[in-house]
Unconditional design. Structure first.
Length: 226
């Protein structure tokens, strides 16, 4: 018989309530109202996102990586595992409470990834961080930008003005990357329109579907052309 869920903490933002629940040592979920946003037992595609986004950087002398969205910290854990000790990782996260959860009850899931000395947390919207970085000519560029946001690209994010997945957002992200840099994006499912916009935006684009059989999420990968 399954153990009952225990609510560890909750907070309300924009009239919506997020809860952190646990049943068992490593079994956590984060809910938004009645919807499950994240499940610690189903992080296969998030781990693949982090590893694929940082592929080839393991021997880089000092790679810089941006992660958009902290979640439970599993993508960040995969990023850190793929990078050398000389790396710099900037994590953009809207909610300070999510950061607190990752440093507290969720820390055991990721070996305390958010507290790793390579990590800097930037509280705020990753779209604004990317936009500001693109405008600042003296700001160092990134070797990889990894977006792990709710739902990912889909049919309703095809507008040019979409802050994360529209053509203008792709253009700004392209400007934030070094030549040969990687854009890695998590998607709930494959979105052909987004893949086309990445290609039109100057990326050599592929898509991975981690796992074997069953429902598989999408990992979009774009390599900035030199």
């Amino acid at each position: 018989m399954a153990l009952p869920w225990k609510t560890l903490d909750r907070f309300t933002t924009d009239d919506e309530t997020l809860e952190l629940r646990q049943r068992g040592e490593r079994d956590f979920i984060i809910t938004l109202g009645s919807q499950v946003l994240m499940n610690s037992m189903a992080q296969r595609s998030e781990m693949a996102l982090g590893a694929l986004g940082c592929k080839g950087l393991e021997n880089h002398p000092a790679p810089r990586v941006m992660v958009g969205g902290l979640g439970m910290g599993c993508t960040l854990r995969a990023v850190l595992d793929a990078l050398p000790e000389t790396a710099e990782v900037v994590v953009a996260e809207l909610s300070e409470q999510i950061v607190t959860w990752c440093k507290g009850p969720l820390a055991s899931l990721t070996g305390g990834a958010v507290s790793d000395p390579r990590v800097t947390v930037a509280l705020g919207d990753v779209a604004k961080l990317i936009s500001n970085t693109a405008k600042e000519t003296n700001t160092p560029r990134f070797d990889a930008i990894i977006l792990d946001l709710y739902r990912g690209p889909h049919a309703r994010t095809d507008k040019k003005s979409d802050p994360f997945y529209g053509s203008r957002a792709i253009e700004r992200t392209h400007a934030c990357l070094k030549p040969g840099g990687t854009l890695a994006v998590w998607g709930e499912t494959y979105d052909e329109g987004f893949a086309k916009r990445m290609t039109q935006g100057g990326f050599a684009t592929t898509c991975e579907r981690p796992g074997k059989g069953g429902y598989r999420h999408a990992v979009f990968l774009g390599k900035k052309k030199r």
